[in-house]
Design a binder for this molecule. Structure first.
Ligand code: C2E
Ligand code: MG
Ligand code: MG
Length: 364
C-alpha cells in the first residue's frame, strides 16, 4: 500500500477486524486495501480481483480539508469482481490525510453478520452458476386440474445442498446484487416455457416470486415486459408472486408498476397473504388477480377461528372477483376443509413437492 501515513496505518489497523466490509479506493479504480470482512464476502485472495467501475466526480473532488470533519456519501457503487459486475450499497468516507490529498474509504453497507454471510453466499452462487429453479404445481382442488406452477429459487451451497430461501432471501433481496439472481431466474424460466407443452402444462400460469423491491424498480418492469414480448408469452401464461409488501411504501407508484405489468398480460398474485404485512389494504388498493393465503392458515385450519378467517378471505375474493390459492396443503383433511371453506385452488406437498424441470412428469 502506497500511503505510509501514520493516521492511515492507525485507521487500517482499527478497521481490519471491523464487522462491516471496508475497502480503500485509489482514484485509478484499484483497491489499495480491504479489511477481513470485505475479503470474506468477495472471497479475495488478491486485491487485483476486485475493482470499482466509476465513482462520481462530485464525490472524487470533495475531500474537505485537514481541519474539517470527514465527509461521507451514501451511494451505490458498481463493483467488478473477477468476471461479474454488480452494484452495492455503500457509504463513501472522504478522509483528508494531507493538504493536497485524501483517501476514499468505502464502507459496503451490510445489516448484520447474517447479512454478510448472505452477501457472500449470493456472490458465490452468481459467480459459480449455482442458481436453479424448482417448480411446484398448483391445482384446482375439486377437479385436480393443474392451474399454475410456481418457480422457487434454489441456490446451491456448494456442499451438495441448498441454502434455505427463508433465511437468505430476506437478507439480500433489497440488494441490487439480487437483480442478477432475478435475471438468471428469468433466463431459466425460458426453458420452462420451451418445455411446458411437452410436460402437459400448456394452459397453466408460471409464477415467479419477486419482492416489492423488484417490482417497484422501473428497470424491472421493462425487463419483464421485454421478456413477455421476446418469448411470445401469451396473456396469463406468466405471473409474478409479490412478497415483502412491507416495502410497498408508495402504494400509488406500486399500483402503477403493477398496472403496467398487467397490461402486458402478466398475472399478479399477492403472496403470503395474512402473514406479516400483506394486508387487506393491498387487496383494495393494488391491481391484483390472485390472493395466495399464507400456509400458516392451512396448518391451523382445525382451529375454528382460523377456519372462519379462511372463509372470510374466500368470500372477499369471490366478491372482488379474485382468484384464491391456499398454500402449504399437506393432508387430505386440510384439502377437504379448504374446499369446504371456499378455497378452490391449492398448492402443497400433498399434491406436489417442488421439483426440477427435468423431473416433472406428465399427469393426466
Ligand atoms: P413462498 O413463495 O410462499 O413459497 C412457498 C414455500 O413453501 C416454498 O419454500 C415451498 O417449497 C414451500 N412449500 C410448498 N408446499 C408446502 C407444504 O405443503 N408444506 C410446507 N411446509 N412448505 C411448503 P421455499 O422454496 O423454501 O421458499 C421460501 C420462500 O422464499 C418463498 O415463499 C418465497 O417468499 C421466497 N422465494 C422463493 N423463490 C424466490 C425467488 O425466486 N425470488 C424471491 N424474491 N423470493 C423467492
Ligand atoms: Mg410464492
Ligand atoms: Mg407464499
Amino acid at each position: 500500500m502506497q500511503h505510509k501515513d501514520k493516521e492511515l496505518n492507525y485507521l487500517t489497523r482499527s478497521l481490519l477486524h471491523h464487522p462491516s466490509p471496508y475497502i480503500i479506493y485509489e482514484l485509478d479504480g484499484s483497491i489499495a486495501w480491504a479489511n477481513m470482512a470485505a475479503k470474506y464476502i468477495f472471497n479475495l485472495s488478491n486485491l487485483k480481483q476486485v475493482s470499482i467501475k466509476n465513482i462520481d466526480d462530485e464525490i472524487k473532488n470533495n475531500f474537505g480539508d485537514l481541519e474539517s470533519i470527514a465527509l461521507y456519501y451514501d451511494t451505490p457503487i458498481e463493483i467488478t469482481l473477477r468476471k461479474i459486475n454488480f452494484f452495492m450499497r455503500t457509504r463513501v468516507h472522504m478522509i483528508p490525510v494531507s493538504d493536497d490529498s485524501g483517501i476514499m474509504l468505502i464502507e459496503l453497507l451490510c445489516s448484520s453478520r447474517d447479512g454478510l454471510n448472505a452477501l457472500k453466499e449470493t456472490i458465490e452462487c452468481i459467480e459459480n452458476n449455482r442458481i436453479e429453479l424448482a417448480y411446484q404445481k398448483q391445482y384446482d382442488l375439486n377437479t385436480k386440474k393443474i392451474t399454475g406452477v410456481e418457480a422457487l429459487l434454489r441456490m446451491q451451497d456448494g456442499k451438495g445442498g441448498y441454502f434455505a430461501n427463508d433465511k437468505v432471501i430476506p437478507l439480500i433481496e433489497g440488494e441490487k446484487l439480487f437483480s442478477l439472481i432475478v435475471l438468471e431466474s428469468l433466463n431459466q424460466v425460458k426453458e420452462f416455457f420451451k418445455q411446458k407443452d411437452a410436460k402437459g402444462l400448456s394452459d397453466v400460469t408460471l409464477y415467479l416470486n419477486v419482492s416489492a423491491h423488484t417490482i417497484m424498480h422501473e428497470e424491472f418492469c421493462k425487463i419483464f415486459s421485454k421478456f413477455v414480448d421476446e418469448n411470445n408469452i401469451k396473456p396469463n401464461e406468466f405471473g409474478l408472486e409479490v412478497t415483502e409488501t412491507a416495502e410497498l411504501e408508495d402504494m400509488h407508484k406500486a399500483g402503477e408498476s403493477l398496472a403496467r405489468l398487467k397490461e402486458k398480460g402478466i398475472k399478479i398474485a399477492l403472496d403470503d397473504f395474512g402473514a406479516g404485512y400483506a394486508s387487506l389494504k393491498y387487496i383494495k388498493d393494488l391491481p391484483i388477480d390472485v390472493v395466495k393465503l399464507d400456509r400458516h392458515f392451512t396448518s391451523n385450519i382445525s382451529d375454528s377461528s382460523t377456519a372462519r378467517l379462511i372463509q372470510f378471505v374466500a368470500d372477499v375474493c369471490l366478491e372482488l372477483d379474485l382468484e384464491m390459492i391456499g398454500e402449504g396443503i399437506e393432508t387430505e383433511v386440510e384439502k377437504e376443509k379448504m374446499i369446504n371453506l371456499g378455497c378452490k385452488v391449492g398448492q402443497g406437498f400433498l399434491m406436489h413437492k417442488p421439483s426440477f424441470l427435468d423431473d416433472i412428469e406428465i399427469e393426466n
